[in-house]
Each structure stands twice: as structure tokens, then as C-alpha cells.
Design a protein around this ligand. Structure first.
Ligand code: MN
Length: 274
């Protein structure tokens, strides 16, 4: 397809989106951008033939193999678009907020190249993302060639009880939610007494990371037998109540399972962190 349609739809003196070009060297990246335009949707993009071949997925991906998601084919995007997170200004094509919801690389399972799969109208591949992993399938619809279906293949990364779009709504780059992007007032960064002390000794305080948006502590689940996996960290299961504490400036959040606010229940513990 090339980038003619992409360029025709955009005014690059107004939008921060990259103009980009068709890339000469081959690559196998993928990106999913959460895009709050007139309607919220997820843009799924696979690198092939020097561009990001793109589908708009209104409901976003599902880890449940039983849930087939509509994926509308849209125009090819330049490879540079995979790094775009920001605000497309009002009056421009796709006006609204964009975050990088997931990215990584992909490997074809069947057929052996994405170009063959593109021709055939069926791509079976493995995603190596931060949120999405394992095998997925994209199939071109028989009635409308622009209507594709995107779904998870049953494997160790499939899950029917987790809505990944709800559990992990944030950008994997900035940690921000799609509607937070472009807000011009970043939270004030305080110098804590510990940081001041570290500075006196010529030491650097640990880097700051975006506030996580987690409200459910991870709990132990029963398994049939023990297993090992390099993607996992293992820890002893101790009895008690597990809770997450996030201190953001003077604001303190404590959560336990079911999103219950513990700040009220343990005022002394809360006070200790303030
Ligand atoms: Mn979009």
C-alpha cells in the first residue's frame, strides 16, 4: 500500500505525528496504540514491507481465545509512528490522545513470512510484548476485505478471567493513561529528606518512575504442580494481608484485594508513611 494515504490524510505542520518514510531494512516490530479519538480504539500495527500495517480494534485485544475481536484495516503507517505518543490537535485527522499501550517484536508461526500471510489473508504469529505474549491470529473477513478478526490462540499466555485492557490501561512508555497525555501540569517533584542526605554524600537518589495504576495486589493461586519459568519471579507465600502502598507527593493510597481502601483501617500505618 505505501504511505500515500497516510500522508494525504495529515497536515504535518499541524500534527506532531511523524511524516516518516518507507523503511528499507526489514524488521519485525509491533505496536499497539490506544487512541482516544471520536471513539476510543486500539491501533494494532505490525511491521512488514517497510511500513506498519495497521488495524483499528474497537474493543482492544482479549486474552480470552473465545473472544474474537473486529480489526478494521486502516492505512499503512511509517515505522516511526511506533514511537508516537501525544495529542493530535483538534481539526486534524484522528484528533485526540494517543498512548503506546504495548510494543515489542513478533515472529511468524504460519505462514513463514508476514508478506505471505498478508497475501493469504491470515497471519498466525507470536507476540513478544510487555502486555501481550504468545500466539495470536489475524484473519481477513470473507465479505469485507477490510474487516479482519483478531484473536488469541489457546496457549500458556491465554486467560479467560483477565481483561488486559482494564488491568493494564497505562502507557508502557510514560505510565500515563490515555486521557492524561498532554496535560501540561506535571506533578511537583519533591526533594525528600533521604534524597537530600544522599546528595550530601554525593550519591544519587534512585530514579523516579511514573505512578503505577494498580489496584489489585497479586495473590497466590493454587497450581497442580510446581513449575519453572524465566519470565517469573518466585516468592514464599506468607499468611497475612497483602497490600499495595503508593505514596505520590503528600497523597497516600493503600489497596488490598477488591480495591478496598486500607488507609482508613490502618490510620497509624498510613501516618507512618506521611
Ligand atoms: Mn487510530
Amino acid at each position: 500500500m505505501g504511505l500515500e494515504e497516510y500522508k494525504r490524510k495529515r497536515r504535518f505542520d499541524e500534527t506532531p505525528e511523524p511524516a516518516g518514510d518507507v523503511k528499507k531494512s526489514p524488521g519485525n516490530s509491533f505496536v499497539i496504540q490506544k487512541h482516544h479519538a471520536t471513539r476510543l480504539h486500539y491501533d494494532f500495527r505490525l511491521e512488514m514491507e517497510g511500513v506498519l500495517r495497521s488495524w483499528a480494534v474497537p474493543k482492544g485485544p482479549s486474552l480470552n481465545p473465545g473472544e474474537k475481536r473486529l480489526a478494521m484495516l486502516t492505512e499503512d503507517h511509517p515505522i516511526d509512528y511506533g514511537d508516537f505518543e501525544g495529542v493530535i490537535p483538534k481539526g486534524n485527522y484522528g484528533a485526540g490522545n494517543v498512548i503506546i499501550w504495548d510494543n515489542g517484536s513478533y515472529d511468524m508461526v504460519d505462514p513463514d513470512t508476514p508478506e505471505k500471510g498478508w497475501k493469504k489473508g491470515k497471519l498466525h504469529f507470536v507476540l513478544h510484548g510487555k502486555k501481550l505474549r504468545g500466539e495470536w491470529v489475524l484473519v481477513r473477513g470473507s465479505r469485507d476485505p477490510k474487516q479482519w478478526i483478531f484473536f488469541k490462540v489457546r496457549d500458556g499466555h491465554a486467560a479467560s478471567d483477565v481483561d488486559i485492557t482494564v488491568e493494564r490501561p497505562e502507557s508502557i512508555v510514560s505510565g500515563q493513561l490515555v486521557d492524561e497525555i498532554g496535560e501540561t501540569t506535571p506533578s511537583k517533584q519533591w526533594v525528600t529528606p533521604i534524597e537530600r542526605e544522599l546528595e550530601q554524600y554525593g550519591m544519587k537518589a534512585p530514579g523516579r518512575v511514573p505512578m503505577p495504576h494498580i489496584t489489585q495486589p497479586m495473590l497466590a493461586t493454587l497450581a497442580e504442580k510446581a513449575f519453572d519459568n524465566n519470565d517469573w519471579l518466585f516468592e514464599l507465600k506468607l499468611d497475612g494481608m497483602r497490600c499495595l502502598i503508593v505514596k505520590n507527593g503528600s497523597k497516600l493510597d493503600m489497596w488490598t484485594r477488591n480495591g478496598k481502601d486500607l488507609t482508613y483501617r490502618f490510620p497509624t500505618l498510613a501516618a507512618a508513611f506521611e
